[in-house]
Structure formats: C-alpha cells, structure tokens
Design a protein around this ligand. Structure first.
Ligand SMILES: CC(C)(COP(=O)(O)OP(=O)(O)OC[C@H]1O[C@@H](n2cnc3c(N)ncnc32)[C@H](O)[C@@H]1OP(=O)(O)O)[C@@H](O)C(=O)NCCC(=O)NCCS
Length: 195
C-alpha cells in the first residue's frame, strides 16, 4: 500500500473517488457537499490531497481545503474504499494529511466538523479536541458547503453556532515541536545505549 501526496499520476482516479464519496454518504444517510470528479481532480493537481493506492487500485483519499485567507484548514472527503476498511487505513491517511498540512500551512488552524464515529475517534487520537463552532472559521464559503446536508436547517436556525456535527480543532504539537520531540527521544535512547 502506497500512501502519498496525490499528483497528476492519480487524476484518473477522480471519478471513482467522487462516486465512492457519494455512495458512502447515501449508505450512511447523511447529506454532504457534492465532490465532483473535476473538483477532486483539482485537489490532486494542486497537491492538496493524500491518496492510498494498492497495486494500481484506489484504496483511500482525503483532501485539504483552505479557509479564511489561509488562517484555517479543513480535511475533507475522507474515504476508504470498502475492501480496505477496518485496517487502520483512514487513520494513516489522516495522519499523512495532517503532516502535509502542517508542512504547507504551518500557522493555519486545522479543524473538521463531523458526525462520524470513526472520524471523531481518529481526530481525537491525532490531537484534535471538540470545540464550539465559534472557534472555527467564519468563512461563509465553508458553511455554504453544508447546504446539501439534510440538517442544514438546524445550522441556519442557530445562526451557525451549532448543529449535529461536532466541531474539532487540532490542538496537538506543531511539526517543529514533533521534530524536536523525536530529536530528544533519539538523543535519549542513544545516551541510554552508550551508558
Ligand atoms: C469512516 C472510514 C473512513 C473509516 O475507515 P477505516 O480505514 O475503516 O478506519 P480505520 O481502520 O483507520 O479506523 C480508525 C478507528 O475508527 C474506528 N472505526 C472505523 N470504522 C468505524 C465505524 N464505522 N464505526 C465506529 N468506529 C469505527 C476503528 O475501530 C478505529 O478505532 P481504533 O483506533 O480505536 O481501533 C470508512 O469507513 C469510510 O470511508 N466510510 C465512508 C465515508 C465516511 O464515512 N467518511 C467520513 C466522513 S465524516
């Protein structure tokens, strides 16, 4: 399994990714923003996505969206194809997406909104914490993405202050802090070996 930053070699997977996101949303009974093949392709072209490929077969995908003039970042369209579920692939993809985001946008706040149990679990393990919607982006374009959700009326009734999704904000270490930590860890274990 190859989990990597998507690029032009992966554009031909766009239609299959778009289709699987739609099909899975229908199965879950949730309405989500439609991700057209063209939109997925644009994310791939702009290297704003992480893709998992298993011997030329698409296994999973997730992309980055930038909001509020780069002050906020969200990871969207997380999908693991049915044959590859339950093996930790979603977590691996989200982890890579987080690192890629931190490299490209070191100062952006990284957030997500979800009703998904698996995503809440993965986000918590990666260092996200639940927050009030007021701590997320106020970029209207982001919230317009909720229009195709069947719960949109709740969001409107509450003036975008709450809905059925949980808002989650990444509060774990920055990439620099992670690097420092692993440097110290390495140094400490080398010292131990030398003693
Ligand atoms: C949700 C989805 C991405 C999970 O992918 P996956 O590769 O099977 O997930 P992982 O194996 O990495 O599981 C990560 C964690 O979530 C848990 N989990 C996975 N699927 C779950 C589910 N349906 N319900 C509850 N928990 C689930 C796993 O047990 C694991 O927890 P652990 O670390 O404590 O063991 C995949 O089922 C999918 O693509 N579903 C359809 C699209 C979707 O729902 N996307 C999310 C939009 S918010």
């Amino acid at each position: 399994m190859d989990i990597t930053i998507a690029d032009s070699r992966h554009i031909h997977f766009s239609a299959a990714i778009s289709q699987e996101i739609d099909t899975s949303a229908k199965v879950r009974g949730t309405g989500i923003a439609r991700r057209t093949p063209a939109y997925i392709a644009s994310k791939i072209e702009n290297q704003q996505a992480i893709i998992a490929v298993d011997k030329d077969k698409i296994a999973g995908f997730c992309y980055i969206e930038v909001w509020g003039q780069g002050r906020y970042l969200a990871h969207s369209g997380l999908i693991v194809f049915p044959a590859y579920r339950g093996k930790g692939l979603a977590k691996a993809i989200k982890e890579k997406t987080l690192i890629h985001s931190q490299k490209c946008y070191p100062t952006a706040k990284i957030f997500g909104i979800t009703t998904g149990k698996a995503v809440m679990k993965i986000n918590s393990q990666l260092g996200y914490k639940p927050v009030h919607f007021s701590e997320l982006t106020d970029d209207i374009e982001f919230w317009n993405g909720c229009q195709s959700c069947k719960n949109y009326d709740v969001l409107i009734r509450t003036q975008r202050s709450m809905c059925l999704c949980t808002g989650m904000l990444y509060q774990g270490p920055s990439l620099e802090e992670k690097k420092q930590k692993s440097k110290w860890k390495q140094l400490f274990s080398t010292k131990k070996i030398n003693q």
